[in-house]
Ligand binder design. Structure first.
Ligand code: NDP
Length: 244
């Protein structure tokens, strides 16, 4: 069923690399207009040069509460109202260490982006979706939100929080035309590990230590699958693991 309320305007956070950039490419190919949001302007401009004027680069730090609150109003007319939100921005900077080996500030920075940032962006866009009775929010959780591992305290906590938030948001808006999907990938070969470890060689070694890794495009496919379901179908949760 075609949805007459759909604007087919998506906003992707963490669009400057990895899963976010792959999702932008995929959504533009599927006919969406896409707001690509992240901090690194040069990367976003590269995506704009590659994908053309169906992509709008938006410099945004999801940790910046004021910038996020003004987000909807800052978008040009051709890129609003946003009815599809891909909450993808996230990191584990300084992660893969035992809890006492990192500072409280290190750990809280992970929660700030992965949880508070995701909540802020969702709050900034939800009113428009509710007013139109139409919206789809896709949150990037992780297998870490189901299966804890040692040396992952803050990151695991952040993804458990994304899981709880997604499950509850879905309940809040049942019957209001707003769907909530959570994608929970296993290991994906992106710049995530380099960001986490602060070391390109260590990151390559980390990924090489797995029998198989997912690619960013695999997760973009999964996002597209959740989005393309008819209005009466809500993909609540997808766990996507690499296979060898
Ligand atoms: P990347 O490191 O390649 O991408 C992370 C993105 O998040 C970048 O575009 C970065 O952009 C953005 N980002 C980080 N902090 C902020 C911020 N404060 N404000 C705005 N954007 C921010 O990693 P992935 O693509 O792998 O990760 C994407 C998501 O997928 C994350 O939520 C991650 O937890 C999740 N995930 C990843 C897995 C993996 O194995 N790679 C497995 C399971 C889940 P910039 O620096 O320009 O702001």
């Amino acid at each position: 069923m075609t949805d007459k309320h759909a604007s087919r305007i998506a906003l992707v956070t963490g669009a400057s690399s990895g899963i976010g950039a792959a999702t932008c490419r995929r959504l533009v190919a599927e006919g969406y207009r896409v707001v690509a949001a992240a901090r690194r302007r040069d990367k976003l401009d590269g995506l704009r040069a590659e994908l053309g004027d169906r992509l709008y680069p938006l410099e945004l730090d999801v940790d910046d509460a004021a910038a996020v609150a003004g987000l909807a109003a800052a978008l040009p007319d051709a890129f609003r109202p946003v009815d599809t939100l891909i909450n993808n921005a996230g990191h584990d900077t300084g992660g893969r260490r035992r809890f006492d080996e990192g500072s409280a500030d290190d750990w809280c920075a992970i929660i700030e982006t992965n949880v508070a940032g995701l909540i802020r962006v969702t709050r900034a866009l939800i009113d428009d979706m509710l007013a139109r009775g139409h919206g789809h929010i896709v949150n990037l959780g992780s297998i870490a939100g189901l299966r804890p591992y040692a040396t992952g305290t803050a990151y695991v906590a952040s993804k458990y929080a994304v899981h709880g938030f997604s499950e509850t948001l879905r309940l809040d808006y049942a019957g209001r035309g707003i769907r909530v999907s959570e994608i929970m990938p296993g290991v994906v070969r992106t710049s995530f590990a380099e960001q986490r470890l602060g070391d390109a060689d260590g990151a390559a070694e980390f990924y090489d230590g797995f029998d198989a890794c997912l690619e960013a495009e695999d997760i973009a496919d999964t996002v597209a699958y959740a989005l393309k379901q008819p209005r009466h179908v809500e993909i609540a949760q997808l766990v996507v693991l690499p296979a060898s």
